[in-house]
Design a protein. Structure first.
Length: 515
């Protein structure tokens, strides 16, 4: 490459060539000041925005290196930045061991020889080492030679300044527009619900008092094994206290003694022929009835004693309430000590490890679900959409609900770690066709600006452009851009409204650092 080509390349790669700052290093060029240059570069670890003057042999050249950590786009607060000038047979390095302020490093380069060089900036930090290749530059012999080869050019109209100090203080991020596969889909609403065989309401088998089994009473969120006892249900007693039961037993015993005595007396009289047989039979029957009443009274007292033991020990006596299903206790309808009627709901148990997505397809789109290729859906509060393959499709109802005018379509959803909540309302996209390629940007990069949809493109580290865009389909958090953005351009993916506010004027403060 000829020196003239290198000079032209240096001019072309100097993003925002004459973007001067109101300070000694970047004030309006004078005969003693070389032209201003700037570079922006990304690696997988860092973003680097560098401002400097054109390099001149033997002249100290401060670099204003703004280093942003990726992916959180925060200022790099500690590390080492090294400027590397690499020639055909030599290499010069100029380093600074710490930032002047968080994110801004100021190594000073003093090139010893003129000519073509390749410029690198190496960033070393606790995140590792990132090397930014800034391309070919020229070390000029004199300042005048630099000014003649790199004439100042005005910044293009419409650029939006948004300084690194501003970016680092707000929720901010950028992402390169890339070609992605977009799949035609039907946007529907849906609900995450338990499987048909994965949910049960445990009801009271009999009326009675609810008593805990063992230690703590079951609580919401607890894991339940199949056939595990949840509570004890002690049947309701007719008597209100122990004294009444004791009185009933004593009274029944007295009745038995009296009936036995009467039967014995009549037996003796019958032997003498003083009473008819019919009276003797009736007396024997009465005696049997009183004995049966005594047995009943004694059983009731024993039952009461069992309740008292259950209350004091937390176990024994009564009917155990068990879960027929292993899963998570998602609802508790009763408290220990409460009386419930037979059939009353006590516990709600669901297997949350595998749910169903109940998607409701509008009647107008019902004919498009005959060949579903899968689905994806978004849950409020979750960062990433959840993808479902074609094998997750369980079937559809083949019926339009007469009220909602929708058709039910079911998908199986694996839920490891039980992260997805039961009955969550979701936005689902049912995949119904072949995919196609398109340039994509994050959906949150698109901003409504009056009657237009716009994105903000980062043309260099602190300079942005407003672009009106034409959009295509959306898929998994991205939207296709058919006009307005090219592949490889970086768009503001987080904080687009902050850049829009800066574009409205009067919101950008004076630059907080010198170059």
């Amino acid at each position: 490459m000829t020196p003239r080509s290198l000079i032209l390349l240096a001019a072309l790669t100097a993003c925002g060539g004459s973007r001067d700052r109101p300070d000694a290093a970047t004030s309006a060029p004078t005969p003693a000041a070389p032209p201003a240059l700037s570079f922006t570069s990304w690696t997988d670890r860092t973003e680097l925005f560098v401002e400097l003057r054109a390099l001149v042999r033997g002249r100290p050249t401060p670099f204003g290196a703004h280093v942003t950590r990726l992916p959180d786009f925060s200022a790099l607060s500690a590390g080492r930045v090294t400027v590397i000038l690499r020639g055909a047979s030599s290499e010069e390095r100029f380093s600074t061991e710490r930032p002047e302020v968080p994110g801004i490093f100021r190594p000073v380069a003093i090139p010893s020889t003129a000519g073509a060089r390749h410029l690198f900036v190496e960033v070393q930090s606790g995140d590792g080492t990132a090397t930014h290749d800034l391309g070919d530059v020229v070390v000029f012999e004199t300042v005048e030679a630099a000014r003649q080869s790199l004439p100042d050019t005005p910044e293009p109209a419409g650029r939006i300044p948004f300084l690194k100090e501003q970016q680092w203080q707000v929720e901010f991020g950028t992402e390169a527009a890339t070609a992605r596969a977009f799949r035609p889909s039907i946007a529907v609403t849906g609900t995450l619900r338990a499987r048909g065989d994965g949910e049960v309401i445990v009801a009271a088998p009999v009326a009675g008092r609810v008593v805990r089994v063992g230690g703590a009473f079951p609580r919401i969120g607890g894991s339940i094994a199949a056939e595990a006892p949840l509570a004890l249900l002690v049947p309701r007693l007719e008597a209100s206290d122990r004294a009444s039961l004791d009185l009933a037993v004593t009274s029944a015993r007295l009745d038995v003694a009296r009936a036995t005595q009467e039967r014995s007396r009549l037996y003796a009289l019958r032997a003498e022929g003083a009473v008819p047989e019919q009276r003797v039979v009736a007396a024997a029957h009465i005696e049997e009835e009183t004995r049966a009443a005594l047995a009943t009274a004694e059983r009731r007292r024993l039952q009461f004693q069992s309740v008292e033991q259950t209350r004091s020990r937390g176990s024994g006596g009564g009917v155990q309430v068990r879960s027929p299903l292993a899963g998570t206790l998602v609802e508790v309808e009763v408290a220990p000590g409460a009386f419930v009627e037979a059939g009353a709901a006590l516990f709600h148990v669901a297997d949350l490890t595998r749910l169903w997505l109940d998607a409701r397809v509008p009647e107008a789109d019902a004919g498009r679900v005959s060949n579903l290729r899968g689905a994806w859906f978004e849950v409020p509060g979750f960062d990433q959409p959840i993808e479902l393959g074609a094998d997750a499709f369980l079937g559809d109802g083949h019926r339009i609900d007469p009220i909602s005018r929708t058709m039910t379509v079911l998908f199986a959803v694996e839920n490891p770690g039980v992260r997805l909540p039961l009955n969550a309302f979701v936005t689902a996209h049912l995949l119904v066709g072949e995919s196609s390629q398109a340039v994509a940007v994050p959906a949150e990069a698109v901003v409504d600006d009056g009657s237009q949809r716009v994105v903000f493109v980062q043309v260099e580290g602190e300079s942005f452009e407003r672009r009106a865009v034409r959009l295509g389909p959306s898929d998994r958090g991205y939207v296709a851009v058919t006009q307005g953005v090219r592949a490889g351009e970086r768009v503001v993916s987080r904080g687009a409204w902050s850049v829009k506010l800066a574009a409205s004027g009067g919101t950008v403060p004076a630059h907080g650092h010198s170059h």
